[in-house]
Design a protein around this ligand. Structure first.
Ligand SMILES: Nc1ncnc2c1ncn2[C@@H]1O[C@H](COP(=O)(O)OP(=O)(O)OP(=O)(O)O)[C@@H](O)[C@H]1O
Length: 264
Protein backbone atom coordinates (compact mmCIF):
# COMPACT_ATOMS: atom_id res chain seq x y z
CA UNK A 1 0.00 0.00 0.00
CA UNK A 2 2.79 2.41 1.01
CA UNK A 3 6.41 1.60 0.45
CA UNK A 4 9.34 3.86 1.27
CA UNK A 5 12.64 2.55 -0.06
CA UNK A 6 16.03 4.01 0.92
CA UNK A 7 14.62 7.50 1.47
CA UNK A 8 17.32 10.09 2.11
CA UNK A 9 17.01 13.82 2.68
CA UNK A 10 19.77 16.26 3.55
CA UNK A 11 19.01 19.92 4.15
CA UNK A 12 21.60 22.61 3.36
CA UNK A 13 24.02 20.08 1.97
CA UNK A 14 27.63 21.16 1.81
CA UNK A 15 27.10 24.10 4.18
CA UNK A 16 27.88 24.44 7.90
CA UNK A 17 24.12 24.00 8.48
CA UNK A 18 24.01 20.61 6.76
CA UNK A 19 21.42 18.36 8.36
CA UNK A 20 20.66 14.74 7.52
CA UNK A 21 16.91 14.76 8.14
CA UNK A 22 16.30 11.25 6.79
CA UNK A 23 19.01 8.64 6.38
CA UNK A 24 17.97 5.59 4.43
CA UNK A 25 14.41 5.14 5.62
CA UNK A 26 12.69 1.89 4.67
CA UNK A 27 9.07 1.38 5.63
CA UNK A 28 6.32 -0.80 4.25
CA UNK A 29 2.67 -0.49 5.20
CA UNK A 30 0.21 -3.20 4.23
CA UNK A 31 -3.42 -2.26 3.52
CA UNK A 32 -5.16 -1.43 6.79
CA UNK A 33 -1.96 -0.93 8.79
CA UNK A 34 -2.18 1.87 11.34
CA UNK A 35 1.34 2.87 12.34
CA UNK A 36 2.02 5.34 15.15
CA UNK A 37 5.31 7.26 15.06
CA UNK A 38 7.16 8.61 18.07
CA UNK A 39 10.63 10.05 18.35
CA UNK A 40 12.99 12.65 19.65
CA UNK A 41 13.13 16.31 18.63
CA UNK A 42 14.24 16.71 15.03
CA UNK A 43 14.11 12.95 14.41
CA UNK A 44 12.71 13.45 10.91
CA UNK A 45 9.05 12.59 11.57
CA UNK A 46 7.57 15.63 9.84
CA UNK A 47 10.08 15.37 7.00
CA UNK A 48 8.97 11.78 6.40
CA UNK A 49 5.30 12.83 6.34
CA UNK A 50 6.18 15.63 3.89
CA UNK A 51 7.95 13.12 1.64
CA UNK A 52 4.86 10.91 1.54
CA UNK A 53 2.49 13.80 0.83
CA UNK A 54 4.81 15.17 -1.86
CA UNK A 55 5.51 18.47 -0.09
CA UNK A 56 9.20 17.45 -0.20
CA UNK A 57 11.07 15.22 -2.60
CA UNK A 58 13.78 12.84 -1.45
CA UNK A 59 17.39 13.31 -2.55
CA UNK A 60 17.47 9.60 -3.05
CA UNK A 61 15.04 6.69 -2.76
CA UNK A 62 11.53 5.86 -3.94
CA UNK A 63 7.97 6.13 -2.69
CA UNK A 64 5.29 3.76 -3.92
CA UNK A 65 1.58 4.13 -3.20
CA UNK A 66 -0.68 1.30 -4.31
CA UNK A 67 2.23 -0.19 -6.23
CA UNK A 68 2.78 2.99 -8.26
CA UNK A 69 6.01 4.94 -8.07
CA UNK A 70 4.90 8.44 -7.03
CA UNK A 71 8.34 9.78 -6.08
CA UNK A 72 8.33 12.44 -8.80
CA UNK A 73 4.62 13.29 -8.57
CA UNK A 74 3.69 16.74 -7.32
CA UNK A 75 1.74 17.16 -4.09
CA UNK A 76 -1.50 18.12 -5.85
CA UNK A 77 -1.31 14.97 -7.95
CA UNK A 78 -0.95 12.74 -4.90
CA UNK A 79 -3.65 14.60 -2.99
CA UNK A 80 -6.46 12.46 -4.33
CA UNK A 81 -4.86 9.38 -2.74
CA UNK A 82 -3.79 11.02 0.51
CA UNK A 83 -5.73 12.51 3.40
CA UNK A 84 -3.78 14.64 5.85
CA UNK A 85 -4.60 16.34 9.13
CA UNK A 86 -2.18 18.84 10.65
CA UNK A 87 -1.56 19.97 14.21
CA UNK A 88 -3.23 23.34 13.61
CA UNK A 89 -7.03 22.94 13.72
CA UNK A 90 -7.26 25.97 11.43
CA UNK A 91 -5.22 24.32 8.67
CA UNK A 92 -7.60 21.76 7.20
CA UNK A 93 -10.76 23.77 6.62
CA UNK A 94 -11.84 27.02 4.98
CA UNK A 95 -13.20 29.37 7.69
CA UNK A 96 -15.29 31.63 5.46
CA UNK A 97 -17.15 28.68 3.93
CA UNK A 98 -19.95 26.66 5.52
CA UNK A 99 -19.60 23.12 6.87
CA UNK A 100 -21.50 21.91 3.82
CA UNK A 101 -19.24 23.76 1.39
CA UNK A 102 -16.13 22.44 3.11
CA UNK A 103 -17.44 18.89 2.88
CA UNK A 104 -18.30 19.44 -0.78
CA UNK A 105 -14.67 20.36 -1.46
CA UNK A 106 -13.48 17.19 0.26
CA UNK A 107 -16.09 15.10 -1.50
CA UNK A 108 -15.25 16.45 -4.93
CA UNK A 109 -11.50 16.06 -4.43
CA UNK A 110 -11.57 12.55 -5.78
CA UNK A 111 -14.55 12.85 -8.11
CA UNK A 112 -14.60 13.81 -11.76
CA UNK A 113 -16.16 17.10 -12.76
CA UNK A 114 -18.96 15.34 -14.59
CA UNK A 115 -20.54 14.44 -11.27
CA UNK A 116 -21.01 18.15 -10.60
CA UNK A 117 -19.86 20.37 -7.80
CA UNK A 118 -23.29 21.46 -6.58
CA UNK A 119 -24.82 20.36 -3.33
CA UNK A 120 -27.90 18.32 -4.04
CA UNK A 121 -30.19 16.41 -1.72
CA UNK A 122 -28.28 13.16 -2.09
CA UNK A 123 -24.97 14.78 -1.25
CA UNK A 124 -26.53 16.62 1.70
CA UNK A 125 -27.67 13.26 3.07
CA UNK A 126 -24.16 11.86 2.65
CA UNK A 127 -22.70 14.86 4.52
CA UNK A 128 -25.28 14.60 7.32
CA UNK A 129 -24.67 10.88 7.80
CA UNK A 130 -20.91 11.44 7.91
CA UNK A 131 -21.25 14.30 10.41
CA UNK A 132 -23.51 12.22 12.67
CA UNK A 133 -20.53 9.95 13.30
CA UNK A 134 -18.77 12.78 15.10
CA UNK A 135 -21.60 13.12 17.68
CA UNK A 136 -21.03 16.88 17.77
CA UNK A 137 -24.43 17.85 16.34
CA UNK A 138 -22.69 19.37 13.30
CA UNK A 139 -25.17 17.56 11.04
CA UNK A 140 -27.73 20.18 12.13
CA UNK A 141 -25.37 23.08 11.40
CA UNK A 142 -24.60 22.46 7.73
CA UNK A 143 -24.92 26.15 6.92
CA UNK A 144 -22.75 27.39 9.78
CA UNK A 145 -19.48 29.06 8.79
CA UNK A 146 -16.55 26.88 9.79
CA UNK A 147 -14.76 29.91 11.29
CA UNK A 148 -17.44 29.91 14.00
CA UNK A 149 -16.61 26.39 15.20
CA UNK A 150 -14.39 25.60 18.20
CA UNK A 151 -10.87 24.22 17.66
CA UNK A 152 -12.02 20.71 18.56
CA UNK A 153 -15.03 20.86 16.24
CA UNK A 154 -12.86 22.17 13.45
CA UNK A 155 -10.28 19.44 13.93
CA UNK A 156 -13.08 16.83 13.93
CA UNK A 157 -14.31 18.29 10.65
CA UNK A 158 -10.77 18.28 9.21
CA UNK A 159 -10.48 14.63 10.14
CA UNK A 160 -13.79 13.80 8.57
CA UNK A 161 -12.82 15.68 5.40
CA UNK A 162 -9.49 13.87 5.21
CA UNK A 163 -11.11 10.44 5.56
CA UNK A 164 -14.39 11.08 3.79
CA UNK A 165 -13.36 9.69 0.41
CA UNK A 166 -11.39 6.78 1.85
CA UNK A 167 -7.87 7.85 0.87
CA UNK A 168 -5.22 5.21 0.17
CA UNK A 169 -3.09 6.76 2.92
CA UNK A 170 -4.12 8.86 5.90
CA UNK A 171 -1.41 11.08 7.42
CA UNK A 172 -2.03 12.43 10.91
CA UNK A 173 0.61 14.95 11.89
CA UNK A 174 0.34 15.53 15.67
CA UNK A 175 -3.30 16.29 14.98
CA UNK A 176 -4.35 16.33 18.65
CA UNK A 177 -1.32 18.22 20.02
CA UNK A 178 -2.85 21.70 19.93
CA UNK A 179 -6.07 20.72 21.70
CA UNK A 180 -6.88 20.70 25.40
CA UNK A 181 -6.91 17.20 26.96
CA UNK A 182 -10.67 16.58 26.72
CA UNK A 183 -10.84 17.72 23.09
CA UNK A 184 -7.70 15.71 22.30
CA UNK A 185 -9.39 12.64 23.73
CA UNK A 186 -12.48 13.29 21.64
CA UNK A 187 -10.41 13.62 18.45
CA UNK A 188 -8.45 10.47 19.39
CA UNK A 189 -11.71 8.53 19.72
CA UNK A 190 -13.07 9.91 16.45
CA UNK A 191 -9.78 9.01 14.75
CA UNK A 192 -10.08 5.44 15.98
CA UNK A 193 -13.66 5.21 14.79
CA UNK A 194 -13.04 6.70 11.33
CA UNK A 195 -9.92 4.67 10.68
CA UNK A 196 -11.52 1.42 11.80
CA UNK A 197 -14.71 2.04 9.81
CA UNK A 198 -12.88 1.88 6.47
CA UNK A 199 -9.71 0.06 7.60
CA UNK A 200 -7.70 3.07 6.44
CA UNK A 201 -3.96 2.68 6.02
CA UNK A 202 -2.70 5.29 8.46
CA UNK A 203 0.50 6.93 9.70
CA UNK A 204 0.20 9.05 12.83
CA UNK A 205 2.95 11.17 14.38
CA UNK A 206 2.39 11.88 18.05
CA UNK A 207 4.30 13.10 21.07
CA UNK A 208 1.75 11.46 23.32
CA UNK A 209 3.28 8.08 24.14
CA UNK A 210 0.04 6.69 25.52
CA UNK A 211 -1.80 7.65 22.34
CA UNK A 212 0.94 5.94 20.32
CA UNK A 213 0.38 2.79 22.34
CA UNK A 214 -3.42 2.95 22.37
CA UNK A 215 -3.94 3.53 18.66
CA UNK A 216 -2.87 1.47 15.70
CA UNK A 217 -1.47 -2.00 15.18
CA UNK A 218 2.20 -1.04 14.73
CA UNK A 219 4.56 1.52 16.23
CA UNK A 220 7.85 2.95 15.03
CA UNK A 221 10.37 5.05 16.92
CA UNK A 222 12.60 7.52 15.08
CA UNK A 223 15.81 9.26 16.07
CA UNK A 224 18.31 11.32 14.07
CA UNK A 225 16.71 10.55 10.72
CA UNK A 226 16.41 6.82 11.27
CA UNK A 227 13.80 4.28 12.30
CA UNK A 228 15.47 2.80 15.37
CA UNK A 229 12.66 0.56 16.60
CA UNK A 230 9.72 -1.20 14.94
CA UNK A 231 7.07 -2.83 17.08
CA UNK A 232 4.60 -5.27 15.55
CA UNK A 233 1.01 -5.97 16.50
CA UNK A 234 1.49 -8.74 19.06
CA UNK A 235 4.30 -6.97 20.89
CA UNK A 236 2.58 -3.59 20.85
CA UNK A 237 -0.45 -4.83 22.75
CA UNK A 238 1.60 -5.42 25.92
CA UNK A 239 3.98 -2.49 25.64
CA UNK A 240 4.13 0.32 28.25
CA UNK A 241 5.63 3.81 28.24
CA UNK A 242 8.54 2.72 30.49
CA UNK A 243 9.21 -0.10 28.01
CA UNK A 244 9.47 2.48 25.20
CA UNK A 245 11.77 4.76 27.19
CA UNK A 246 13.94 1.80 28.16
CA UNK A 247 14.09 0.59 24.54
CA UNK A 248 15.31 4.02 23.40
CA UNK A 249 17.98 4.11 26.09
CA UNK A 250 19.13 0.62 25.25
CA UNK A 251 19.44 1.36 21.53
CA UNK A 252 20.92 4.85 21.81
CA UNK A 253 22.73 4.67 25.13
CA UNK A 254 21.05 7.88 26.29
CA UNK A 255 17.63 9.16 27.33
CA UNK A 256 15.18 10.25 24.67
CA UNK A 257 15.49 13.98 23.98
CA UNK A 258 11.94 15.12 23.42
CA UNK A 259 10.84 18.17 25.35
CA UNK A 260 7.34 17.70 23.98
CA UNK A 261 6.95 14.03 24.83
CA UNK A 262 3.81 13.41 26.82
CA UNK A 263 4.49 10.52 29.07
CA UNK A 264 0.86 9.92 30.04
N1 LIG B 1 13.39 23.09 5.53
C1 LIG B 1 14.39 22.75 6.34
N2 LIG B 1 15.61 23.31 6.23
C2 LIG B 1 16.63 22.95 7.02
N3 LIG B 1 16.54 22.00 7.99
C3 LIG B 1 15.36 21.41 8.15
C4 LIG B 1 14.22 21.74 7.35
N4 LIG B 1 13.17 20.98 7.75
C5 LIG B 1 13.63 20.20 8.75
N5 LIG B 1 14.93 20.45 8.99
C6 LIG B 1 15.78 19.78 9.99
O1 LIG B 1 15.70 18.39 9.75
C7 LIG B 1 15.62 17.67 10.97
C8 LIG B 1 14.34 16.84 11.01
O2 LIG B 1 13.26 17.74 11.14
P1 LIG B 1 11.75 17.26 11.33
O3 LIG B 1 10.90 18.49 11.41
O4 LIG B 1 11.40 16.27 10.31
O5 LIG B 1 11.80 16.54 12.74
P2 LIG B 1 10.62 16.04 13.70
O6 LIG B 1 10.93 14.65 14.08
O7 LIG B 1 9.31 16.29 13.06
O8 LIG B 1 10.87 17.00 14.97
P3 LIG B 1 9.90 17.56 16.10
O9 LIG B 1 9.32 16.40 16.82
O10 LIG B 1 10.86 18.34 16.95
O11 LIG B 1 8.86 18.41 15.42
C9 LIG B 1 15.70 18.71 12.07
O12 LIG B 1 17.03 18.80 12.52
C10 LIG B 1 15.28 19.99 11.40
O13 LIG B 1 15.87 21.12 12.02
Amino acid sequence: MLKLTNINKVFNEGTPDEKVALGDINLHLAPGDFVTIIGSNGAGKSTMMNMISGALTPDFGTIHINGKNVTGDAEYKRARHIGRVFQDPMAGTAPSMTIEENLAIAYNRTKTRTLGFGVNKKKKDIYRTALEMLSLNLENRLNAKVGMLSGGERQALSLLMATFTQPSILLLDEHTAALDPSRAELITNITKQLVEKDSLTTLMVTHNMQQALDLGNRLIMMDKGQIILEVGEAEKANLTIPDLMAAFEKIRGEKMNSDRALLG
